[in-house]
Design a protein around this ligand. Structure first.
Ligand code: PHE
Length: 466
């Protein structure tokens, strides 16, 4: 079992104490769903690219998923103790190398590319990796797309102009491209302004007028995306009554943008978080040689969007090689997926005692914020950084064992019971593992065998099986 290292797309990485990437995860590397003809992930990528086309946006795909912790976290301004860096949340190849947790890992080199080629913007599509819970909307590998746009504003010190004239001339550059966007029919609720306060500040290096214009351009651009994509999805459902499309802007936080925003869409009766965005931290642009530019960036989870658009009920289906799934999609079209018959589930429970854990490491039941959600690693979770991992129980460790043993044969893993022993203060947890294939009926023997393997592997955790 103890191998000297990991091979990833032809490169070898010696393992160290931090390594936690499993062979099961590595088997999923290199599938290129974003480039598979007629695959919903590819269709969604192309749809997004069509709203952000060249020459203004250069459309990249980042095929190689291994990045440095520097690119994934440090250059983006993640603090040392940010939970996103934790080994419970992130797949480490070694202590300095991870499977990227978000497309922003390529932000720095994409900005350098812009600087070297005198371009203005980009989109990047990539497979990204997060240790997370197991359910129908979370899978350890998913896809993201990031976009950015920059402007080199004319200098302020034009000697014959008044301050107002200067401001207008600078503004015109961005204003012009806002005005050039087609009108959309969305209803917009903006709960994210005024944003020049302490919760979502304009950066001190920025002229507030410039920053506000960049924000306006960002918001209008992403509204174009919603209009294009969701109108096409509504058209694929002629049976359903068409609701007025509504979007809502709310404040957000990311280490690499300020001010920051999330976009929500009202879809089938619910507000759904769709993407994160904001004005790029000037230090990041400066570091890439873009000192004289200002710009925005956004990031979106593709599976989340594709599940809504194509009516796909289970994220694992995107990895299916089953013709009954693959045959249903066609390049350039949003169509409604018709579920083929579900195969029967088979659930097994596993109960165990956990030691009372130190206060700093008890994320059990804490809301999981990653997966296809927008926030990278989330900011609400308490966990510890990679280096100082305590031997406390973490729910994600069960998830990882289940994934490693059973892969896509598990639909979800849920905490179904929890109590504290009144005498000794030990906590008992019961998790229910729901085994179900999307492709066939699992036999009893098969499930028993898988579950036995899971149980055996759980002995490695700091728990006592009951
Ligand atoms: N990288 C962020 C995430 O994964 C999304 C994002 C990208 C937010 C760019 C702002 C700007 O959650």
């Amino acid at each position: 079992e103890t191998k000297p290292g990991k091979s990833i797309l032809g490169r070898h990485y010696p393992s160290d104490q931090t390594t936690n990437v499993t062979d099961t995860i590595l088997e999923l590397v290199g599938r290129k769903l974003y480039d598979t003809p007629n695959h919903p992930i590819a269709i969604t990528r192309k749809l997004i690219e069509s709203v952000f086309p060249p020459p203004v946006y250069k459309n990249h795909i980042a095929t190689y998923p291994v990045v440095s912790t520097k690119d994934n976290f440090d250059v983006l301004g993640f603090p040392e103790d940010h939970p996103g860096r934790s080994r419970t949340d992130t797949y480490y190849v070694d202590s300095k190398t991870v499977l990227r947790t978000h497309t922003s890992a390529h932000q720095h080199s994409a900005f350098q590319h812009i600087a070297d080629h005198e371009e203005n913007g980009y989109t990047i599509c990539a497979d990204v990796y997060r240790r997370d819970s197991i359910d129908r909307s979370h899978f350890p590998v998913f896809h993201q797309m990031e976009g950015a746009r920059t402007w080199q504003l004319p200098p302020k010190n034009h000697y014959k102009e008044t301050r107002l004239q200067q401001q207008q001339r600078r503004a015109q550059m961005i204003r012009g491209s806002i005005d050039a966007m087609p009108k959309h029919g969305l209803e917009i609720i903006d709960e994210a302004g005024p944003y020049n306060d302490h919760t979502n500040p304009i950066q001190i290096q920025h002229d507030p007028d410039d920053s506000q214009l960049v924000v306006e351009h960002l918001k209008r651009s992403l509204e174009q995306l919603v209009q294009k994509v969701f109108t096409a999805a509504q058209e694929a459902r002629p049976d359903q009554k068409q609701e007025q499309l509504k979007v809502r802007w709310i404040e957000a936080y990311f280490p690499f943008t300020s001010p920051s925003f999330e976009l929500e869409v009202f879809w089938q009766g619910e507000w759904l978080e769709l993407l994160g965005s904001g004005v790029v931290q000037q230090s990041i642009l400066n570091h890439a040689g873009l000192n004289d530019r200002i710009g925005w960036a956004w990031g979106i989870g593709i599976e989340r969007l594709a599940m809504l658009l194509f009516n796909v009920p289970d994220i694992r289906l995107f990895w299916s090689q089953d013709e009954r799934f693959l045959k249903q999609f066609q390049d350039g079209k949003i169509t409604r997926f018709e579920s083929f018959s579900k195969f029967p589930p088979c659930y097994k429970d596993i109960s165990f005692w956990v030691r009372p854990s130190p206060a700093s490491a008890s994320p059990i039941g804490a809301e999981s914020s990653s997966g296809v959600a927008v926030a990278a690693g989330g900011d609400s979770k308490k966990a510890s950084p990679a280096e100082t991992q305590p031997a406390a129980f973490h729910e994600n460790d069960i998830m990882e064992i289940v994934r490693d043993v059973a892969g896509t044969l598990v639909e979800d893993v849920r905490l179904v019971d929890e109590f504290v022993h009144p005498q000794n203060g030990k906590k008992s947890l019961c998790y229910r593992i729901n085994y179900r294939s999307n492709e066939r009926t699992l036999t009893n023997e098969e499930v028993n065998e898988l579950h036995q393997k899971v149980t055996d592997k759980m002995m490695q955790l700091p728990i006592e099986i009951r």
